[in-house]
Design a protein around this ligand. Sequence first.
Ligand code: SF4
Ligand code: MG
Length: 335
Amino acid sequence: DTVLLEVNHLQTSFFSHFGEVKAVRHVDMKLNKGEVIGVVGESGSGKSVTAMSILKLLQNTGKIVGGQILFKGEDLANKSEKEMRRIRGNEISMIFQDPMTSLNPVITVGEQIIETIREHQGLSRKEAREKAIKLLKLVKIPDAEKRMSNYPFEFSGGMRQRVMIAIALCCEPDLLIADEPTTALDVTTQSQILKLMKSLKSEFNMSIMLITHDLGVVADICTRIVVMYGGMVMEEGSAEDIFYQPKHPYTLGLLQSVPRSEMDQQKRLTPIKGSPPNLVNPPKGCPFAPRCDYAMGICAEACPDYTELSNGHRSMCWLLHKDAPVEGNPFLQGI
Ligand code: SF4
Ligand code: MG
């Protein structure tokens, strides 16, 4: 496997008169070529800030304060804005939850795609138009040629997200970062968009980083999953590891709050009680300790190291320590 992206010990903070907000405190992740990685956690866990750090699209107050972001072996943390602009236009694309904020409401969709193509490739207008129609067909927009002259508001939410994907594909990126791409959509449209992303991934041999608060979204499409909380990776593993052998109380909590079957959808799911930590003054121990049903004395005192469980499966929890209590330990009793 060829490694496309390797994030090592990433730390990103925002500086304001309230102090330093440590939005990302420790993130490691590795993404191979053609792989789909899911980054999962509640809002405020540092997922989007991780993505914005990779793209170096942090607001003025945001700064990468530590770590490396190796993309094709080169550290993006040291790249100039000029170099980043080239990378963002050609090698890494991004789509967001709300396509309306990225589309220009007064320019036709066709014109916006043509513009993007011409910005990045030296094509004539006619060639760019042909390519734009091809892209709209590729993302399965019916009547692609006719739809070129429509404005964004004339598309449904799902169709607009398809347009955004078409725009993201203009430069044939190696990496597509999708931040909550289906959160605003109904369940049926959501699964159609995910299916589309999956097929485009194989067609372009592109890597995808799929960011979501919903573990249900990543089940079908991701090979690996990173679970984040309080600006740190709590657990990482294959989709099977995370869904069938979870080894972190936060992952367990997320799983219990996801409807996994029709029956689950009828009954009330259990959301995790409490709210994420304040990142101006992050707790010195495990960030999940105030909400964790299994917290022990040591949890509030110190952050545990990662425990390597099997190939590529790791978790940051004191319950996995060799001296952890057997009684009440969800990982020793079976869940
Ligand atoms: Fe819970 Fe302690 Fe594990 Fe944190 S380290 S998840 S508080 S048991
Ligand atoms: Mg977010």
